[in-house]
Design a protein around this ligand. Structure first.
Ligand SMILES: [Zn+2]
Length: 472
């Protein structure tokens, strides 16, 4: 027996009293009918219902049948199935105890109520889709080839195929369709739903789209059927007047399979979108001291300034890196600090780099340059920087790699990270892989260039101490 669909007679009906006809709780049977695969649920069949089942691009209603929450509604062969959540984990026992397993006793009155907010939003969106599609068709011959309604937006795929003068949507065309659609809303024309048993009767209407069904046809007309804003076959729910749609806003237009896909908001979702965007624009306006009309210009000016600063910073860093490369190459040059260091502390003393007399290492006063050379087969030069990032040091390391003998260690103090540079001997990657982990470090690289990264400065220092002692 087909279910009587009360929403077809009165779309504003939010509740009704029905008679329970059947309950289906066999998993296999449920799946075959088209229920969602979800544990602890069963299907309810009623003689009449206010619940709109999923269809025509519109999601189903939710709500309550008796005390049971309805989360999915679908139609099969004219019967509307309400899928409800059951409180018990043993559905069979629940059905037995509630007397729902016996076709003789299942018949009982039951009160139904839908989530009206959800339904009304779907009505607003669906009707908004009609009106906008009607305008695309009326103005440019655009045909609606696809429609999807999500929780807070919908997509409409329009194909420009009817009129050769329009091959693609311009912004002006989009703006025009949107404005005309909203004007139809403001004129608050009636939305008429007409049911036809025979195809030829329905086909006499000024339809936007050819009929795809043969019988039991529902035609939805926005405005007078003689001169409608839109007129098309549809099984969904729509408000009784266009004004209830409130607002139609196109959010996005993009190419899609040779068509244009419009992302659209209508009614409550369009309002929520406005609230969100107003909040964002207000915050940006306060940040840039600009009203919405000047905002883009102000942001552009600020971006140009930022770009100039970034360029300046880049140039300064380049200069600094270049100067530091000179300093490092000087250390390794014939007669440089490294060669003098090899000969012993005494002869390294005249350098601009200070020395600790009598020791085999030289170090400048703030510890930013340290040279270990005398008596070692692998000299170690350590340069510490508090203004370079490790990426800057990577550039510096690459530039100076050819000059290095032994091991060069470049430290980015801000990042507790060291870059190891050599001619391949010692193997930098190996020094990181085999030793950094001991001090909770990580990193890696190849034989000539490797990074060791630490979370604490003292761990980095201990690691570097170990490396110095390790290489003799
Ligand atoms: Zn519709």
């Amino acid at each position: 027996m087909k279910t009587i669909k009360l929403y077809r007679e009165d779309v504003d009906l939010r509740q009704c009293d029905s008679t329970l006809l059947a309950a289906v709780y066999d998993r296999g049977e449920m799946t075959e009918l088209g229920a969602k695969k979800q544990e602890n649920t069963f299907l309810v069949v009623l003689d009449r219902t206010v619940f709109f089942p999923e269809g025509g691009g519109q999601p189903c209603d939710t709500g309550f049948v008796g005390d049971y929450p309805v989360f999915y509604v679908f139609e099969k062969d004219g019967v509307v199935y309400h899928q409800v959540s059951a409180p018990s984990t043993d559905i069979a026992a629940l059905m037995r105890n509630a007397g729902l397993d016996d076709p003789e006793t299942v018949r009982r009155p039951v009160h139904c109520q839908i989530d009206w907010n959800r339904r009304f939003l779907h009505m607003q969106m669906h009707c908004g889709e009609h009106i906008l599609s009607g305008m695309f068709y009326q103005e440019f011959g655009g045909v609606n080839r696809g429609f999807h309604m999500g929780d807070d937006y919908m997509t409409i795929d329009i194909n420009l195929e009817e009129r050769p003068e329009f091959t693609e949507f311009t912004q002006e065309m989009i703006d025009r369709a949107e404005l005309l659609a909203n004007k139809a809303v403001w004129s608050n024309v009636p939305v008429t739903v007409l049911h036809f048993d025979r195809r030829e009767d329905a086909a006499a209407m000024p339809l936007r789209k050819a009929l795809a069904i043969e019988e039991d046809i529902t035609i939805v007309c926005v405005g007078s059927p003689e001169n409608p804003a839109d007129c098309v076959a549809c099984c969904g729910t729509h408000p009784k007047t266009a004004g209830q749609v409130g607002l139609i806003k196109i959010i996005k237009a993009e190419a899609y399979k040779g068509m244009t896909r419009f992302t659209v908001k209508a009614g409550q979702t369009a309002f929520a979108d406005f609230v969100l965007k107003h909040r964002i624009v207000s915050a940006l306006g306060a940040q840039y001291s600009a009203d919405p009309t000047q905002l883009m210009e102000k942001i552009k000016v600020q971006e140009n300034k930022n770009g100039a600063v970034r360029k300046e910073l880049y140039d300064l860093k380049k200069t600094l890196i270049s100067r530091q490369a000179d300093v490092i190459e000087q250390i390794y040059s014939p007669g440089g600090a490294l060669e003098r260091g090899r000969a012993g502390a005494g002869s390294a003393g005249t350098d601009s780099i200070g020395t600790s007399a009598g020791s085999c290492s030289s170090e400048d006063s703030d510890g930013s340059v340290r040279i270990l050379a005398c008596g070692r087969s692998v000299p170690v030069v350590t340069m510490r920087y508090d203004y370079f990032s490790i990426d800057d040091l990577q550039t510096l390391g690459r530039r100076t790699a050819d000059a290095v003998s032994g091991l060069l260690i470049l430290v980015a103090e801000r990042e507790n990270t060291a870059l190891l540079v050599s001619g391949g001997q010692p193997d930098c990657g190996k020094l990181v892989r085999e030793n950094a982990e001991i001090y909770q470090g990580k990193g890696g690289g190849n034989a000539t260039l490797a990074r060791a990264i630490f979370s604490r400065a003292e761990n980095l220092d201990t690691y570097l101490d170990l490396i110095e002692k390790h290489l003799r």
